[in-house]
Ligand binder design. Structure first.
Ligand SMILES: NC(=O)c1ccc[n+]([C@@H]2O[C@H](COP(=O)([O-])OP(=O)(O)OC[C@H]3O[C@@H](n4cnc5c(N)ncnc54)[C@H](OP(=O)(O)O)[C@@H]3O)[C@@H](O)[C@H]2O)c1
Length: 241
């Protein structure tokens, strides 16, 4: 029987590419999403991948959603914490709501999703947790104090949990994408994108969602069993750690 992979924010953008790549690699995939029913239905119709709606910011909804996925598809072997949002603002203008929404989704979302699958992975002595952080969690970004804090927190979470999971056959790793051509990035003013962001990327282009998806497929595989607590930096040479 094929392993079950659950991808949060798995029906659009990078997450959609991850869901599809995992399906093509032989996994039974469940793609979670927050509210865009139209995109989710289209994604299911095009790929045959089941979509499940709940917010990763809500612990109880995560526990219920994961129980539903496991009842329908089987125990989750691979969890990809990909769902994320931006609420950009210079700090002097940032509201408490902008701070809280981003922390609740991009950081607490990892706790909310990983906690309910952790015991099962420990019992089965196998698990793969893959957290999608960001270049801006590594280097910080003006206008994104909330996002940079959450994404840096994801890396700390990854390293701590990797130590706890190692003896139980669970690996926990992170991927830090640079600028990838999804709606999140296309929402940036075109002039800013072309004149300020792309010139900072040594390879001279945005990344493709599939380039991140291929990193996920590798980290999920048995071949990556000795890799845990690590971060794959995939940013076209924009920032070295
Ligand atoms: N794009 C980039 O250049 C870039 C760079 C570095 C890191 N990242 C990270 O990569 C991840 C994916 O980014 P993306 O550009 O693909 O984003 P995107 O195109 O905006 O898609 C975001 C996905 O996350 C889902 N989502 C948002 N809030 C959620 C919540 N509370 N609960 C469940 N699902 C939720 C959305 O669901 P709906 O469809 O229902 O809205 C959507 O499926 C994020 O963590 C982002 O921070 C992106």
């Amino acid at each position: 029987m094929s392993k079950v992979a659950l991808v949060t924010g798995g029906s659009r953008g990078i997450g959609a590419a991850i869901s599809l790549a995992l399906k093509n690699a032989g996994y039974t995939v469940a793609a979670n999403y927050a509210g865009n029913d139209e995109a989710a239905q289209k994604f299911t119709a095009e790929t045959g991948i089941k979509t499940y709606k709940w917010s990763v910011a809500d612990y109880d909804a995560c526990a219920e959603g994961i129980a539903r996925v496991e009842a329908e598809l089987g125990p989750v072997a691979v969890l990809v914490n990909n769902a994320g949002i931006t609420r950009d603002s210079m700090f002097h203008k940032m509201t408490r709501e902008q701070w809280k929404e981003v922390i609740d989704t991009n950081l607490s979302g990892l706790f909310n999703m990983t906690h309910p699958v952790w015991s099962g992975m420990r019992d089965r002595k196998f698990g793969r947790i893959i957290n999608i952080s960001s270049i801006n969690g590594q280097k910080g970004q003006a206008g994104q104090a909330n996002y940079s804090a959450a994404k840096a927190g994801d890396l700390g979470f990854t390293k701590a949990l990797a130590q706890e999971g190692a003896r139980a056959g669970i690996t926990v790793n992170a991927i830090c994408p640079g600028y990838i051509g999804t709606e999140m990035v296309r929402a940036i003013d075109e002039k800013v994108l072309n004149e300020r962001i792309i010139p900072q990327i040594p390879v001279g282009r945005l990344g493709e969602p599939e380039e991140i998806a291929r990193c996920v497929v590798f980290l999920a595989s048995d071949d990556a069993g000795f890799i845990t607590g690590s971060t794959i930096t995939a940013n076209g040479g924009q920032y070295f750690t």
